[in-house]
Ligand binder design. Sequence first.
Ligand code: SF4
Ligand code: SF4
Length: 193
Amino acid sequence: MLLYKEFILIADNGERFTLRIPYVCKQCGNCCTEFPPSILAGTKQEIADYLFISVEQLEYKYLSKKARRESPCPFFVKHRGCSIYPYRPEGCVLYPLETFGGTCGTDCAGDKRFQELIGILTKGYKIFEAKTRKLVAQGNPNWACDRPTNRGLGDYRDPPDDEIERLRKRYLDSKPFSREKNFFLMINPTFVE
Ligand code: SF4
Ligand code: SF4
């Protein structure tokens, strides 16, 4: 699951166009201080199988009241991050984009970069609309994005050519790392040269 924010920006000539800004979690685990009280994205059996344990062990070690009270979250593994990443709760998936109160004081490297990108890329434009969107990516999001497609991403208003040039330069000047850049090109297909 990948997250991005979709902006409708207004150019100087009044034309509206889409710009999607990727959110990339750095998987530092700083936000995994406690197990969030939301439903896991899988059955107990699926999660137990994923962890190679029994359902009884899952309930005792991870889901008991005592385990849930511990900090960090019982599913967090030092230096590896979330041990149930594909099955983590919706609250973890959407953090911090849809969290009331932003990062709630957590030192979130992903959010710092995300806020930086919003500042750089939307500077000087009027923002008509901004929505958080989820993209269910099949396979590895690190894949080289040489054949991007807009399929499944909803409506997309092509930016005018001069805006593409301006924003492409701003984006490259911001020194994106490769995983973020692949995601950026996947969700903004008109930016691929
Ligand atoms: S379930 Fe995973 S992502 Fe969510 S708080 Fe626990 S370790 Fe972190
Ligand atoms: S603090 Fe931010 S970057 Fe770190 S794991 Fe949580 S969401 Fe990801």
